[in-house]
Design a protein around this ligand. Structure first.
Ligand code: ZN
Length: 431
């Protein structure tokens, strides 16, 4: 991804740098060669020639670009589990994924970690974004997911003769698990997404207290993935599934819904991050009836939401790390609504806006394994940032409103927001 060739100065805004430290009122950010050269108070800022381009933050907020830590590029208007694999052909899904990527960037998400996708679409999407062919977040790819036979993601009845090869590797035992990871290694993904447990979406045979992989299968996944430098994460709701994942050496936990003391200890021992993805549960409860979800499914989502809130609180209070994001792309939880997760964590979970922003920036970048490149506003890091017209710390909901974004920058280049079309640097770059 190209970075800006010209210096840029951003002034007249409160800087929230993503590290969790107190904001800098009347802050200034100076960008040189696409990287942050100065972040601090206006009175200590370097004096730059008048000719240097400037952005007036209008007394608003300057913060790191947001990181979606559980991004499903290929999900689009999903109403039932089957929609994940057989609703559209891969050709159309690839196009939808590029639309979702552009939308995420416009929503202030300058980076995203895949939580799994159809075929290997996110790997190629990442390449197209990196080569500036299409706009989108810097991506970590996951490709296809792994689940054991009969588990949550193995829903097509045998008589239909429909395979699941586009969405998930269905494995039976350690040898299959290794084989699936080896295929992913060749696909070039960075994260291996697995299904250690079920979900409220499947109340009959794979609910949120059901295990969908054995420990041995999970351990085989981790050994093979780590050998090739890949990381492993998993959809973990049931308590025993969380513990299996942590004992098997998982690098991240998705959801971490029903954590008990032992699970929390295991998580903290290796400082494994968790991505709760709770707004999806709330949306499923609130909008489920209009999409035809049964009361049993909705009740399961309520139990999941309650458990997830409690676990997220415990993890943060105990000093653990949480990433923000989650499962957007369903009919009741569409792409574009990403920042609702952030509002939810302030309003319903009880985190401070500063805590939530740290989770959504610094921790997100750490989960991607790129915490030294972006995620906080510190000199030397890439100038991936978001300038919002308004006080985000006073009203986190501002992050849900794209019309309030003055600019979204990647590597110092304005990619979205009010200034995206008019800003002279972008015009110069295109000449
Ligand atoms: Zn997901």
């Amino acid at each position: 991804m190209k970075t800006a060739a010209h210096p840029l100065l951003i002034h007249n805004g409160t800087v929230v740098d993503g590290t969790g430290t107190q904001p800098i009122v009347d802050g200034v950010v100076v960008i040189e060669a696409g990287k942050l050269a100065y972040v601090g108070p206006a009175h200590g800022a370097p004096v730059l020639p008048e000719s240097v381009a400037r952005i007036d933050a209008r007394g608003g907020t300057i913060l790191p670009g947001l990181v979606e830590a559980h991004f499903h590029a290929t999900y689009f208007n999903i109403a039932a589990l089957e929609d994940l694999d057989i609703k559209y052909p891969v050709e159309y899904v690839s196009l939808l994924a590029s639309v979702n990527a552009r939308l995420a960037l416009e929503c202030g998400y300058t980076a995203a970690r895949s939580g799994g996708c159809l075929f290997n679409v996110d790997f190629w999407l990442k390449k197209a974004i990196e080569e500036d062919l299409i706009p989108g977040p810097r991506l970590s790819a996951s490709g296809r997911e792994i689940c054991s036979a009969g588990g949550l993601m193995d829903w097509n009845p045998e008589f239909r003769k429909i395979g699941m090869e586009g969405l998930v590797f269905i494995v039976n035992g350690q040898e299959d698990a290794r084989k699936a990871v080896r295929a992913l290694v060749k696909d070039g993904v960075e994260w291996v997404k697995t299904y250690p447990t079920g979900d409220a979406a499947s109340p009959d045979i794979n609910d949120h207290h059901t295990l969908c992989m054995t420990f041995d299968e999970m351990h085989a996944v981790v050994r093979t993935a780590h050998n090739h430098g890949l990381k492993v994460t998993g959809h973990c709701r049931a308590t025993e599934g969380i513990k299996n994942a942590l004992r098997a050496g998982y690098d991240c936990i998705e959801h971490g819904t029903f954590m008990d003391d032992e699970a929390l200890d295991l998580l903290l021992q290796r400082d494994v991050p968790c991505v709760p993805a709770l707004y999806f549960e709330k949306a499923s409860i609130e909008r489920g009836p209009e999409f035809g979800l049964s009361q049993r499914v909705i009740d399961g989502h309520q139990e999941t939401l309650d458990g997830g809130i409690e676990s997220a609180r415990r993890i943060l209070r105990a000093g653990g790390r949480l990433g923000m994001g989650g499962d957007y792309g369903f009919g009741w939880n569409p792409h574009g609504d990403y920042a609702r997760e952030l509002t939810f964590f302030v309003q319903d979970v009880g985190f401070t806006p500063l805590e939530v922003i740290t989770c959504a920036t610094k921790t997100g970048a750490e989960i991607m394994g790129r915490g030294d490149e972006f995620g906080t506003l510190e000199p030397g890091k890439l100038a991936d940032l978001l300038i919002v017209d308004g006080d985000v710390l006073a009203d986190i909901r501002l992050l849900e409103d794209r019309s309030k974004f003055i600019a979204v920058l990647q590597g110092g280049v304005i990619k979205a927001g009010q200034l995206a079309k008019s800003f002279p640097i972008l015009v110069k770059r295109e000449q």
